[in-house]
Design a protein around this ligand. Sequence first.
Ligand code: AMP
Ligand code: ZN
Length: 136
Amino acid sequence: MADCIFCKIAAGDIPAQVVWQDEHAVAFRDIRPQAPVHVVFIPRRHVVSFAHVTSADGPFLGSLGVGLRAVAEAEGIAETGFRVLSNNGPHGGQEVAHLHVHLLGGRPLGPMLRQEVGVSRSAGTRGSDEARRRIP
Ligand code: AMP
Ligand code: ZN
């Protein structure tokens, strides 16, 4: 898709530190790493988020599992543990509107969410509005 930064990475049109790839998926180092190991997995096909996944994305989802395992082993975090997460849509804090999955590890990662985020449905709505403006 034109003007999609992750489509351009998948096509090799802009540089990225690719650590793994196959026919359906590409994995590259996050440009702003939040852990010693921070790798982003994307489908080659443009899909906005998990809210847009169809059965056509089955091959990618299979590749994703295999790729996560391969990269975790290659990066030496398969035994120490790691986190797999995906931000989807405004409330998920998604910044790039091309489905992606983060692999994080290399240190203890702490609780899944910051404690102050809370469980109220209204928590964090300001950030969500900002994200909504960025995603068409
Ligand atoms: P999010 O949409 O919030 O799940 O995060 C998108 C992620 O993509 C962020 O962690 C960014 O640092 C990362 N990112 C954005 N542009 C690039 C790029 N050109 N190369 C590598 N990572 C990127
Ligand atoms: Zn794209």
